[in-house]
Ligand binder design. Structure first.
Ligand code: PLP
Length: 457
């Protein structure tokens, strides 16, 4: 590349350059992710069984390990055009501040009202529900980003949306809740007395502030009990990674346009959807032996499913009503210590990413909360964006890699996913600024207790 063609601060694609299809990594994996199992029979879930819970087209996508490309329906493309392409930003200012020879790029997914990448899958899932003639959908939300994205998508397609919100977030993030209600969703704090599983959990753990696993059980029960409703999930599932591949596809097209090849690709990992989406086309090249990339998943030290979990079949929810998935897991009973990166508190990891990690196609690291917020602040002060705590896990690792380059003089190209903005997380920022933030790392004994509850499959 000639010096004259300087890389712009922000690389946007033209409308006609945007991806027209989602890419399914599973098609190129030699070892496919293990199938979901029926917890009663321990047999792989059939499409028919799954279609009681999920929309038909989404069941097809979930089970399809072979189709490489899925055309994005025109209605979804039209919605994407309202907030996509998302910018791929060259972090010139951060590079300068760090005095690193590394080149740092981030793909910014916070430029929509939901404030995160989750809208990419929410709009797809709402579209298929509408196509099927459903009345509405149910879901859970932890930190609130998924619930917000889904409420927006449901209001666009005029679907009813029932959100079970983890009680502690419901109480601590009233503004998130009101955004969802603005988009017409009903929001119930979980566990609640509106479901059988909720009442059971309340009886067993009075005063509990809830967990994602618990809210999932409630949302699934409501979907099963109401004709014309299905359950939708914002991460972990194969279908969600498929929709999120739009992030990586756009990134790849933009990088190819300027002849840029990343050496290192970094993403935060909760259930694995943004990371799975960002790396998709790059991982595809790696799986096919066409190119190599160092791919790193970053998780909180307080909820370390990849770095300290077991690769085993486990329940996806607390009430054990969902199918079982083979994944890196801390055990479905694991309740992480209070952690401000609410979106990274799930006990398991996408079975696709778990398999790729198990087979050595990617690495994983865990980082402590205060170090994450140090990175968030350092980034915010020069790049202008107020990052979500979840995203800041990736920022931490990108900065660390850039500082290594400063030591060695290597000019590596680093790409990371900046999944969202942190405006609803100011209580966490406040704790950090006031020096009240703590780092909790679970002990081996604590993890063992939770591993002991893994189903024997
Ligand atoms: C939900 C969320 C995450 C984590 O979820 P993944 O499925 O692992 O991507 C990360 N960042 C933001 C901003 C989120 O809302």
């Amino acid at each position: 590349m000639s010096e004259a063609k300087k890389i712009p601060y922000k690389i946007y694609l033209e409308e006609n350059e945007m991806p027209k299809y989602w890419y399914n990594m599973r098609a190129d994996m030699k070892n496919k992710p293990a199938p979901l199992l029926n917890p009663g029979t321990l047999q792989p879930m059939t499409a028919q069984e799954l279609s009681a819970v999920f929309c038909d087209e989404l069941v097809k996508q979930e089970l399809d390990n072979d189709t490489r490309e899925y055309s994005i329906p025109q209605e979804i493309l039209d919605f994407y055009k309202m907030y996509r392409p998302s910018p791929l930003v060259r972090a010139y200012c951060l590079e300068k501040k760090l005095q690193t020879p590394a080149k740092i790029y981030y793909k910014f997914e916070g430029n929509n009202t939901s404030g995160s990448h989750k809208l990419n899958s929410a709009i797809a899932q709402a579209y298929y529900a509408k196509q099927q003639g459903l009345k509405g959908v149910t879901t859970e939300t932890g930190a609130g980003q998924w619930g917000t994205a889904l409420s927006m998508a449901c209001s666009y397609f005029e679907l009813d949306c029932k959100v079970y919100m983890v009680k502690v977030s419901y109480e601590q993030k009233p503004f998130r809740r009101e955004v969802m209600r603005t988009y017409g969703a009903s929001v119930v704090p979980s566990p609640s007395d509106t479901t059988e599983v909720g009442r059971k959990i309340l009886a067993k753990y009075p005063g509990t502030t809830g967990s994602l696993g618990c809210a999932i059980s409630e949302a699934v029960e409501v979907a099963l009990g109401n004709p014309g409703y299905r359950y939708v999930l914002g991460s972990v599932l194969n279908q969600v990674l498929l929709h999120q591949s739009v992030i990586g596809m756009e990134t790849k097209i933009a990088m190819d346009k300027y002849g840029i090849k990343p050496d290192i690709i970094i993403g935060c990992a909760g259930g694995g959807s943004n990371l799975g989406g960002l790396i998709a086309p790059f991982m595809g090249e790696k799986l096919r032996g066409e190119a190599d990339y160092q791919i790193i998943a970053i998780e909180p030290a307080s909820c370390p499913s990849l770095t300290r979990g077991k690769f085993a079949y486990d329940f996806c929810d607390t009430g054990m009503v969902c199918p079982m998935a083979k994944m890196y897991t801390l055990g479905s009973g694991f309740i992480p210590a209070p952690n401000h990166a609410g979106g990274l508190r799930y006990h398991g990891m996408s079975s696709t990413l778990s398999q790729l990690y198990h087979d050595g196609y990617m690495e994983a690291r865990s980082v402590e909360q205060t170090k994450v917020f140090q990175a968030a602040e350092e980034f915010a002060r020069v790049e202008g964006i107020l990052p979500a705590p979840e995203s800041s896990h990736a920022i931490r690792a990108a900065i660390d890699e850039a500082l290594k380059c400063k030591e060695t003089g290597e000019e590596k190209t680093i790409l990371f996913g900046l999944t969202g903005t942190g405006y609803f997380d100011m209580v966490a920022y406040e704790k950090f600024h006031d020096g009240l933030m703590t780092d909790y790392i679970p002990t081996d004994e604590e993890l063992q207790k939770s591993f002991d509850t893994l189903p024997k499959v």
